[in-house]
Write a protein that binds this ligand. Structure first.
Ligand SMILES: *Cc1c(COP(=O)(O)O)cnc(C)c1O
Length: 405
């Protein structure tokens, strides 16, 4: 076990994939971009496949090719290319590529010539996010060209898809509008003669809360990792899903010491002890992905209690308040600190850190890293490797089985 580490429970990802698929009632695309939202690209993908994910979704071609290099042979979609990308290896690897424009269709056609096999192509339409995707005035031309390339054997159009702007605001009429515009795009595709296997629109929040958005496939990222995409919205539905957060960030407490009333803590003296108190030093900081905005606001879990962060979060370290001397349980240096985790023991969650850092839990889990080691465990298949912080302030119950890093 390392001084500071990201522990990822693959059983949680596997189980979450299974439950999301059952809940949505459609095939599942497990979105594993950005290193599996910080959980590990290949490991997360494998766990999601075991949980029944028929598709994997990534942003870049490097991510897609890394999945193939790791032995994944299933359906993979990547959706964010640039003109300089060489798509030939992606086409050769049987990865579905997305195109939004006629120029991108040309780029795919060129890759097909060099790859020596037809591409699997998905057309992305802009239904109101104004990010990637073909704008409505170009749909007819893009769909016609896509169909033309299909009849010439350059590719098969396997999908038509789009992305929502406000799925976490479940009742926002923008969702209804985007669904309607998506149906219009599907009609244009149909008139052009395209018969895609999968029409898809929903990310996690839509997959969970909007049955009308599910079409043939749902693309779930954050929920796969057990993090609520729409915190506070229809909590009964989220709770009923029974998903588990896969990521725990933990560290060894570096130091415990008492300071007197009036002691100023950390850079800028942004917190002063009103009375004698015991401070603990946690050996990770913003270089490891904690947000400095959470200074004086976040909490960590040590020796059976939540302990407030005091003062400024530094590059390498954070000071936490262990309370008045002689009151309550006091940990010793070396004790286990849970920075965040699933919350089952009472520890803070990624959502708690998001609120303390004025951001969303997506950013919390994808940003942690830095010098921390990431270790994959499996609470189902190998329970002994999973962090189970005891309330004993000194004991260190995690047994390192030497699996993974
Ligand atoms: C990241 C992403 C997703 C996954 O979104 P979540 O809210 O994490 O489920 C789905 N589709 C696209 C296009 C994405 O970029």
């Amino acid at each position: 076990m390392s001084r500071a580490e990201i522990v990822v429970d693959l059983a949680a990802i596997r189980g979450n994939a299974h439950r999301l698929r059952e809940h949505a009632g459609t095939p599942l695309m497990a979105v594993v971009k950005a290193d599996g939202y910080g959980h590990g690209l290949v490991e997360s993908a494998r766990a999601a496949r075991e949980g029944g994910a028929a598709w994997l979704g990534v942003a870049t071609i490097d991510e897609a090719l890394a999945l193939r290099a790791a032995g994944d042979e299933g359906r993979v979609l990547c959706w964010l290319t640039v003109p300089a990308d060489d798509l030939a290896p992606v086409v050769a690897a049987g990865i579905d590529v997305s195109a939004y424009t006629l120029a991108e269709l040309d780029q795919v056609a060129d890759a097909v010539l060099r790859a020596g096999r037809p591409a699997r192509l998905q057309i992305k339409v802009d239904t109101g996010l104004s990010r990637g995707g073909a704008t409505p005035d170009t749909w007819a031309a893009v769909m016609r060209a896509a169909r033309q390339g299909e009849t010439e054997g350059r590719w098969r159009v396997t999908g038509v898809w789009s992305h929502l702007s406000s799925s976490d605001e479940v009742d926002d009429p923008a969702n209804d509008e985007q669904e309607k515009v998506f149906r219009d795009a599907l009609a244009v595709a149909d008139r052009a003669g395209l018969r895609p296997d999968v029409r898809h629109l929903a990310n996690s929040a839509a997959a969970i809360h909007r049955p009308s958005s599910r079409f043939d496939l749902v693309r779930c990222g954050i929920s796969l990792y057990g993090v609520d995409p729409a915190p506070g919205v229809r909590a009964d539905v989220w709770d009923g899903l029974g998903l588990t957060a896969a990521m725990t960030v933990r560290a060894d407490l570096a130091l415990v010491k008492q300071v007197e009333a009036g002691a100023a803590v950390s850079y800028g003296r942004r917190w002063t002890a009103p009375a004698p108190t015991v401070l603990g030093l946690v050996p990770i900081g913003y270089a490891d992905g904690l947000s400095r905005v959470a200074s004086n606001r976040a909490e960590v879990w040590v020796a059976g209690e939540r302990r407030p962060v005091r003062g400024t979060i530094c590059m390498d370290q954070v000071v936490v308040d262990l309370g008045a001397p002689g009151v309550g349980t006091k940990p010793e240096a070396g004790a286990d600190v849970l920075v965040f985790g699933p919350g089952t023991r009472g520890e803070p969650t990624a959502q708690d850190w998001a609120e303390a850092g004025d951001t969303i839990a997506y950013e919390v889990v994808t940003r942690v890293g830095g010098r921390m080691v990431r270790r994959h465990v499996d609470s189902e298949r190998d329970p002994a490797t999973t962090p189970e912080p005891s309330d004993d302030p000194i004991a260190d119950p995690i047994v390192d089985q030497g699996r993974g890093r």
